[in-house]
Design a protein. Sequence first.
Length: 131
Amino acid sequence: MKILAASAQGSFNLLHVCGKALDFGRFAAYPVHAINWADRYAGPAIADVAGWIRPALCAGLDSLGTMVSGSPQDCAQQVADALRQSGGRPVLLAPGCTFDPDALPLANLHAIRQAVAAQSASGRRRTAGDP
């Protein structure tokens, strides 16, 4: 907590929870701007924490599976699913952990970027009262 308190003076700090947390809830009130975790393979799911965790959500992409071995369509679907799970709460779409960038097909990276842009554009077209 001493390290986190000192880092709170920074303009942006991110806590990465590596692996499966025994008690993910303990990170909910940590003094960080965002929390990153492997929601796809270690959990919990974005939908399970979006309503109560205080820091910004930074998750949604499976760095060990979909990003590396899935199709561009799989990657785009994962973007849409992560945003759906967030329930409208902003989320920083990111891999759950590190990955070998040489193993990531460029087409998948482009698909992720295009899916984010499409979701963003669709959100801007909505008007008040739209679901």
